[in-house]
Ligand binder design. Structure first.
Ligand SMILES: Cc1cc2nc3c(=O)[nH]c(=O)nc-3n(C[C@H](O)[C@H](O)[C@H](O)COP(=O)(O)OP(=O)(O)OC[C@H]3O[C@@H](n4cnc5c(N)ncnc54)[C@H](O)[C@@H]3O)c2cc1C
Ligand code: FES
Ligand code: FES
Length: 507
């Protein structure tokens, strides 16, 4: 059964849309069709946060709230969800929501252009977390830029909003007070009612010049796999944090979009004794929530991967499938021995992650095949003491693209290296293992001679490119320095704090 109508809720109102270009972004729809101009456009590429909106969805019997960037989310992906914009916080009596009132009282706004975006990030936090610490507040606001105020007053507002009276409005209560809240229960029931069956959402739209665009959003894995076999040239759409930019920046024509975000089976995270399997529809934020307890060494990778709203929308498998040579998750996942589960029709196969990448933008995926999940081993296969590191080197600390990314895993017994998986991003046309460097280290102590040999082997493994982010020489020097840092860490010399923490100096 198919449906040709996008159905979502906006301020409790049912919105049903037919015959709209499926590539319409949530931002453009809000501003141009609904005249809700509180949501601003700054960069139109997910970088500035001026367009932040909040989405609520039904998840395992409760409501889940996420802030996302409206500029790169496509309207049909709202099907079955509830959308909240800065206008949603308005009350009949003009009383401000605590997120707004705290911004006023903390002097968190000057020109005001960024303010609706900050308020919505704060609202998303307020709805989902009762007593966030300073680090969590900083993470929440990592995707919002302000060019006037400075961040101190806004960080203050984030703490202050929890001490203000709860709003008297029709908004559903936050998850930490939702137990007996009729508005939250009503919203949950309505969202569950929209997504109650296995109907595939099938939209098609013909532009004035005759161009046809289709958007297909199945609900089951079987329907998804079948649709991909029928449309092998379709663009698979997951969190839209890469694909969204193809639309807003490159104006690419995408005749068929096949969305996996509604497929229940792909939203699963499965933990067994040996592996953690993360489905293709699982967001980066949820994926890292489950990975970090097993691999705390990847905390810096998670924190420096884009921003909270991007991680709330983008998926881990989307990062893997996009296969950018400077994608951040792959070197770390390759180092810890992750595998991808691929599916075509009913057939599945499994590959070591590094084997997925054949060349620049070339993957070992046949037409009609997709990444179903990534499978992460929970234990090292070898005896001895393991050391895992994931280091990102970029010009800015936050929200920047890597010049070089190193995912390094070694095991040593009595000081002798027995096992090495060293993977790099930014050094070749794909994320890749440094196989000669690995071989140069195995079976010996990590002493000065081994390090010198590893530095040399790295020049045989990689001939990096120069581009606007870094020169080839710089990339090689940085990658060699990261090997030096690994050696210092293995031999017990602390090189720097692995994670930056928000201190009292920041507020
Ligand atoms: C502001 C900003 C900051 C960013 N920062 C970072 C960063 O720090 N580090 C980093 O690595 N990336 C970063 N990215 C890139 C992006 O967020 C990631 O690559 C993200 O993981 C992509 O996932 P997605 O679900 O949004 O993929 P989408 O955009 O939906 O899809 C990406 C590509 O993968 C394909 N695809 C998606 N899922 C599958 C599947 N299951 N099977 C087969 N093909 C599939 C799509 O067809 C498309 O080609 C950033 C992007 C933005 C906009
Ligand atoms: S407009 Fe800048 S993030 Fe959307
Ligand atoms: S108040 Fe002007 S950009 Fe933030």
């Amino acid at each position: 059964m198919n449906s040709a109508e996008i159905h979502f809720l906006l301020d409790g109102r049912d919105v049903r849309i037919r015959d709209l270009a499926p590539t319409t972004t949530v931002l453009n729809w809000l501003r141009e069709h609904e005249a809700r101009t509180g949501t601003k456009e700054g960069c139109a590429e997910g970088d500035c946060g001026a367009c932040t909106v909040v989405i609520a969805e039904a998840r395992n019997g409760s409501l889940r709230w996420r802030a996302v960037n409206a500029c790169i989310q496509l309207l049909p992906t709202l099907h079955g969800k509830a959308l909240f914009t800065v206008e949603s916080l308005r009350t009949a009596h003009g009383v401000l929501h605590p997120a707004q009132q705290a911004m006023v009282e903390s002097h968190g706004s000057q020109c005001g252009f960024c303010t609706p975006g900050f308020v919505m990030s704060l609202f998303g936090l307020y709805q989902s977390q009762a007593a966030p610490d300073k680090q969590s507040i900083a993470d929440t606001l990592s995707g919002n830029l302000c060019r006037c105020t400075g961040y101190r007053p806004i960080l203050d507002a984030a703490q202050a909003m929890y001490h203000l009276p709860a709003p008297e409005s029709s908004l559903p209560a936050p998850v930490w007070r939702a137990d007996k809240d009729p508005a939250a229960a009503r919203l949950l029931a309505r969202l569950e009612a929209i997504e109650h069956d296995d109907t595939t959402l099938m939209l098609s739209h013909t532009r004035g010049d005759g161009t046809l665009t289709r958007f297909i959003a199945p609900r089951t894995l079987e329907a998804f796999a079948t649709q991909l076999l029928e449309h092998p040239q379709a663009t698979i759409l997951a969190g839209s944090t890469d694909v969204g930019l193809w639309i807003t920046k490159q104006f690419r024509a995408l005749p068929v979009l096949l969305y996996l975000g509604r497929v229940r089976e792909l939203a699963r995270i499965e933990l067994s004794a040996d592996t953690l399997e993360i489905g293709a529809a699982v967001t980066l934020e949820d994926a890292f929530d489950h990975i970090l307890p097993h691999y705390p060494e990847l905390t810096e990778l998670w924190r420096r991967f884009a921003s909270r709203p991007i991680r709330n929308a983008g998926t881990l498998c989307g990062n893997i499938a996009n296969g950018s040579p400077i994608g951040d998750s792959m070197p770390a996942l390759i180092a810890i021995g992750a595998e991808v589960v691929l599916q075509r029709g009913k057939q599945q196969r499994q590959l070591p992650l590094e084997a997925l990448y054949l060349g620049y933008q070339q993957k070992d995926l046949t037409p009609g095949e997709f990444v179903r999940a990534v499978r992460i081993p929970l234990h090292s296969q070898s005896n001895g003491e393991s050391l895992i590191r994931a280091w990102k080197v970029s010009k800015r600390h936050d929200q920047d693209i890597s010049a070089v990314f190193a995912g390094l895993a070694i095991t040593h017994e009595d000081g002798i290296i027995t096992h090495a998986r060293l993977a790099f991003g930014g050094m070749a046309a794909t994320p890749r293992r440094a196989v000669l460097t690995e071989a140069s280290l195995i079976g010996r102590p990590f002493d000065a001679a081994a390090l010198a040999d590893a530095h040399h082997a790295l020049t045989q493994d990689f001939q990096p490119l120069s581009d606007m982010r870094a020169s080839a020489d710089y990339r090689m020097r940085v990658a060699q320095n990261l090997l030096t840092r690994l050696q210092l860490d293995m031999t017990g010399v602390t090189t720097r704090l692995d994670t930056l923490e928000v201190t009292d100096e920041l507020g």
